[in-house]
Ligand binder design. Structure first.
Ligand code: CU1
Ligand code: CU1
Length: 501
């Protein structure tokens, strides 16, 4: 399987193979067909609109398959331009891959395999118009996107919004394309400058690495938000809706509609690494089993050592739930959500009977994912899993911390134990939540009315190694979670909440 790698990490052999395959495509005329396909498709059919991402996913996938075909290597993956590490000094711009910046006066690229004399560009009529040109940082963008700007855009939902153009907001597509927000994709074109500016920009081979990065970020966004689909499903301009054929996209092995381009994994696309916070894609063939509230237990089986089984359930409203396993396997349950399966909200090993795991908590409406593994990763075994729920008051198993009461005494007595407390705030004010004792605990506060929306954390702001948070809180239900600073630490502590104003 082809793996798409950061262009800066290619081996010498991989660089040679890529450069050679691109030159072979150029000589056969196929490379220029890609330039023309991009240049002759109406600008706003494939840019400044929802189809931007699926159109370019298909475009670079077709290009990658041609590279594989002419190189005879089905594992040749299109490299991506990792912008935060892709400035002028990056190895991708060395003479064995892309060559560097253009001449400071003419902009003509004079180094590397695509230098003047070795490579020429065409116009939208297909006529050669001279050498490749680049003017790094000189055309209106002096910097490249940073990691934190990328992570910021990866948090934007939904996929796109009316009026489905450069003013769409909120819109992940529009921010990734670069018309709003920190400007990601557009900035890459402008930073390179020269041949990367007009609609014939695929003339510069870095175009494909640039769009490979864009595609990687869409892929990561899809993994982060599995319940946020492509938009618009219908009602948008023709060519932009989920099942419309996209302009300038030939029929091919994978279809030409946005819906055909949504599942990277199914399309055989794989990246060398994903950003922190992006969950790994569900391997093809791995099932996610639906759980229904108050239904009969579902049977599960860890049939391979180390296997992790996935379950999903949806809550129509805020509920107190109990998720538990039964049987003779020592299971560990982990719960993620709501609507974001990167956010771990609870983990339990032996909260149930007979080494079974059990999570009991109040959850807001939304979609949740649970994973089940065995405590001993070298074993296999069967189990049953059940989700039960009642609506109404918070789960009684969560102790209530009353404001201005005397400290509540508790203890971290097992590995990775996290003790959760509810705090009900009836009138807004300033509150101090703190621990006391000789144990180095770590405090997290969530809310309002959510056990998963993190407000603040603290390790050692209290006396000694204790935690202390001073927070302005509006009325609502809050949750304080206390764990030991280290995963295997233990010890007694006290916790209290005091109103300061
Ligand atoms: Cu484009
Ligand atoms: Cu582009």
């Amino acid at each position: 399987m082809a793996i798409r790698k950061d262009a800066n990490t290619l081996t010498t052999a991989e660089k040679q193979e890529f450069v050679q395959a691109v030159h072979t495509l150029k000589q056969s005329g196929l490379y220029d067909q890609f330039v023309l396909r991009h240049a002759n498709t109406p600008m706003t059919a494939i840019h400044r609109s929802p189809a931007f991402l699926p159109w370019h996913r298909r475009f670079i996938l077709d290009f990658e398959r041609e590279l594989q075909r002419v190189s005879g290597n089905p594992n040749l993956g299109l490299p991506y331009w990792n912008w935060p590490n892709g400035g002028p000094g990056a190895s991708m711009w060395n003479d064995d891959l892309l060559g560097g910046d253009g001449n400071s006066i003419t902009g003509i690229v004079e180094t590397g395999p695509f230098r003047s004399g070795q490579w020429s560009v065409i116009n939208s009529d297909g006529n050669a118009t001279g050498p490749l040109r680049r003017r790094f940082g000189q055309s209106g963008a002096s910097t490249l996107p940073t990691q934190s700007e990328i992570l910021q855009v990866l948090g934007v939902t939904p996929y796109d919004s009316f009026p489905w153009n450069i003013s769409s907001s909120p819109s992940f597509r529009n921010q990734l394309e670069g018309w709003t927000g920190p400007n990601l994709h557009n900035r890459g074109h402008v930073w390179v400058g020269g041949s990367m500016l007009p609609m014939t920009s695929p003339n510069d081979p870095v175009f494909f690495m640039h769009h490979c990065m864009v595609d990687k970020l869409w892929h990561e966004w899809q993994l982060r938000f599995p319940n946020q689909g492509y938009l618009p499903v219908s009602g948008g301009p023709f060519g932009q809706n989920l099942t419309d054929a996209m302009a300038g996209t030939p029929n091919g092995p994978v279809g030409s509609r946005p819906i055909d381009m949504l599942d990277s994994t199914a399309l055989g696309i794989e990246y060398d690494q994903l950003l922190p916070g992006t969950p790994q894609p569900t391997p093809p063939g791995q099932n996610v089993t639906q759980l229904n509230v108050n239904a009969l237990p579902v049977s599960g089986q860890v049939s391979q050592p180390g296997e992790i089984d996935l379950f999903e359930f949806e809550l129509d409203q805020r509920r107190n739930i109990i998720l538990e396993t039964s049987g003779n396997s020592d299971t560990v349950l982990t719960l993620y959500g709501p609507d974001d399966f990167t956010r771990e909200i609870a983990v339990n090993d032996d909260g149930g009977s007979n080494f079974n795991s059990r999570i009991s908590m109040t959850l807001s409406a939304g979609t949740y994912r649970a994973s089940v593994r065995l405590y001993n990763p070298s074993r296999t075994g069967e189990y049953q899993i059940q989700l039960s729920s009642e609506t109404g008051t918070p789960t009684p198993s969560i102790p209530l911390l009353t404001v201005d009461n005397s400290p509540f005494a508790a203890e971290i007595s097992t590995d990775r134990e996290s003790d959760v407390y509810q705090i009900n705030i009836t009138t807004a004010g300033r509150f101090q939540i703190e621990t006391q004792g000789d144990t180095d605990v770590f405090l997290s506060v969530y809310g309002p009315d959510s056990q998963s929306t993190l407000i603040a954390t603290d390790d050692d702001s209290g006396i000694g190694l204790n935690s202390r948070l001073i927070l302005e809180l509006n009325p609502g239900g809050y949750f304080a979670a206390v764990r030991h600073f280290s995963a295997f630490g233990r010890g007694a502590y006290q916790i209290r909440v005091v109103r300061l104003s």
